[in-house]
Write a protein that binds this ligand. Structure first.
Ligand SMILES: Cc1cc2nc3c(=O)[nH]c(=O)nc-3n(C[C@H](O)[C@H](O)[C@H](O)COP(=O)(O)OP(=O)(O)OC[C@H]3O[C@@H](n4cnc5c(N)ncnc54)[C@H](O)[C@@H]3O)c2cc1C
Length: 485
């Protein structure tokens, strides 16, 4: 019989969420014993890997779905956009702190300024964009947002989009402070620092099941071939799409009725230096009618390992795997008596979405290039390769006996705070710090959150309501992260 291993915290999965949480825990409780399990050979190989996501620092600077239009043509409500931006500022503040403390290395290795632009072409969208700009331009965290309907101006901002474009109405907003982030590299750096602080990080180890002892602590089962006895006081399930099945195995009542709806993401990518040189922005437009919010088409400058590329997409598809390296049985095996009705009702309510996804997967490369040409009229198929990015496991949330499809993230936690896990995928890695602070609160209470906020400058939250603090914060984090203010 092997000796019992006892930890204060066990984290399942080594993506950006677990890496961020473990770092926060190590800062708050330096002497705590932490273990991280990762089923793949290296950390950050799922959604957090640079090429498995789009690398956008989501701050609602350009993503129109974060600020839906009003029903009556009045000024749209900026509440959600401001909240996302404030969460992103928490990430910036934390990353800046990590640079100063030597936890993260050179900022250019994982974050850089790439302006964010919204671009629309129909009269309805142009009217909406001008009203959106009117509201946001006055908000402290959106300082410097410009609006234009001039083809000359938009050509200067994003020449590739205007080259060869047929005459017609266009409008765009442009804001310099946008970012491109390599979340995979950031995760690796955080994990390396954690290892240097004696956090155990075990790769090629899959957690199969979680069991709560009557004392409240948790046993971590690694499958039948392992005879290790691992016990942890607190567990975080940062297993990406597999969080659902592990939380189900933990049998906490809070997971009852939940399901997961997986949507695969694909992109077109070019590394052709002549094309890449003509585009230095992340340009987001409107989602086609019937398309889910994460299908908003965008053309992005990416910098990964110091090399510049462009990506366009995403092209969505149906795939029952909950992780890119998951199993085709993930979806069927997640169905329980308690979530059967939510699953069925989501399928019925979202029939248009299912039709859209089926249409997407049956599109030929030629059709995908035609879609790209709506953004980049001069695009040629030979310059672009099509590739598979990560899986997004969207939340099916129980409401009464039915379910709704929720395009956000949600922390599911037991009432005793000993276990929590993360479902969902949006706005994702950009707001990892705000989400993991929520997990810290569930695990350790408000006082530890307060201590962390005191220690890390700029993590206070509702920054937009204080224009002086907002400006100060934007400037100071930009300086440390070597970004344009
Ligand atoms: C196509 C696409 C585009 C996106 N674009 C953006 C973007 O532009 N900006 C943004 O901010 N976010 C974006 N996101 C979302 C973002 O990538 C995710 O929110 C984020 O990476 C999730 O991090 P995570 O740590 O929760 O999950 P992951 O990175 O998926 O990590 C989970 C880890 O858990 C491991 N694991 C799972 N089960 C087990 C187990 N049983 N035992 C041990 N290990 C296990 C997995 O192998 C994996 O390494 C995008 C996502 C996708 C799919």
């Amino acid at each position: 019989m092997s000796e019992k291993e006892k930890y204060d915290f066990a984290l399942v999965g080594a993506g950006v969420m677990s890496a961020t949480l473990a770092t926060l825990l190590k800062i708050a409780k330096p002497n705590s014993k932490i273990i991280i399990f990762e089923r793949l050979p290296q950390v950050s190989m799922e959604s957090s890997d640079a090429w498995n996501n789009a690398g956008t620092g989501h701050a609602a600077l350009c993503e129109l779905n974060y600020m839906p239009d009003s029903k009556d043509g009045s000024l749209p409500d900026p509440k959600k956009a401001i909240a996302i931006n404030e969460q992103f500022q928490m990430s910036r503040a934390f990353w800046a702190y990590c640079i100063e403390q030597g936890i993260l290395s050179d900022p250019a290795s994982f974050i850089r300024t790439v302006p964010h632009m919204s671009f629309v072409t129909t009269d309805k969208d142009i009217d909406y964009l001008s009203r959106r700009h009117k509201v946001l331009a006055d908000q402290p965290l959106f300082e410097g947002m410009e609006y234009s309907t001039s083809t000359k101006q938009i050509s200067q901002w994003a020449p590739l989009i205007m080259d060869g474009r047929a005459p017609g109405n266009v409008a765009a907003t442009w804001i310099e402070q946008g970012t491109d982030v390599d979340y995979g590299e950031m995760t690796r750096q955080l994990i390396n620092w954690l290892k240097s602080k004696k956090v155990s990080v075990e790769t090629n180890v899959e957690v199969k099941r979680l069991y709560q002892f009557p004392s409240g602590s948790w046993q971590i089962f690694l499958g039948t071939s392992s005879n290790r006895l691992i016990e942890a006081d607190r567990v975080f399930v940062g297993a990406g799409g597999w969080a659902l099945k592990l939380l189900q195995s933990a049998k906490i009542p809070q997971i009852k009725g939940y399901g997961t709806f997986p949507v695969s993401g694909h992109f077109l990518r070019t590394d052709n230096p002549e094309i890449v040189a003509r585009h230095n922005a992340k340009v987001y437009s409107q989602a086609p009618v019937g398309a889910p919010p994460m299908s908003v088409p965008h053309l992005d400058k990416r910098v990964v390992n110091g090399k510049e590329s462009l990506l366009f997409g995403p092209f969505a598809g149906i795939n029952p795997k909950f992780l890119k390296h998951g199993s085709l049985l993930d979806l069927p095996l997640s169905i329980r008596q308690h979530n059967l009705l939510p699953y069925l009702s989501v399928a019925i309510q979202n029939f248009d979405l299912l039709k859209y996804l089926i249409r997407e997967i049956t599109k030929s490369k030629k059709q995908k290039i035609s879609q790209l040409k709506e953004f980049v009229p001069s695009a040629q198929a030979k310059d672009w390769v099509y590739y598979e990015a990560g899986q997004r496991a969207q939340i099916i949330k129980p409401v009464g006996r039915k379910g709704i499809l929720q395009f956000g993230t949600e922390v599911i936690a037991s009432t005793d705070g000993t276990i929590s896990g993360l479902l969902g995928a949006s706005p994702g890695a950009s707001v990892s710090v705000a989400i993991m602070m929520e997990v810290v609160e569930k695990m350790l209470g408000q006082s530890v959150v307060g201590q962390l906020k005191e220690r890390v400058p700029g993590m206070m939250g509702n920054l937009n309501s204080d224009s002086i603090a907002a400006k100060k914060n934007l400037r100071s984090t930009a300086k440390i992260l070597k970004l344009k203010a």
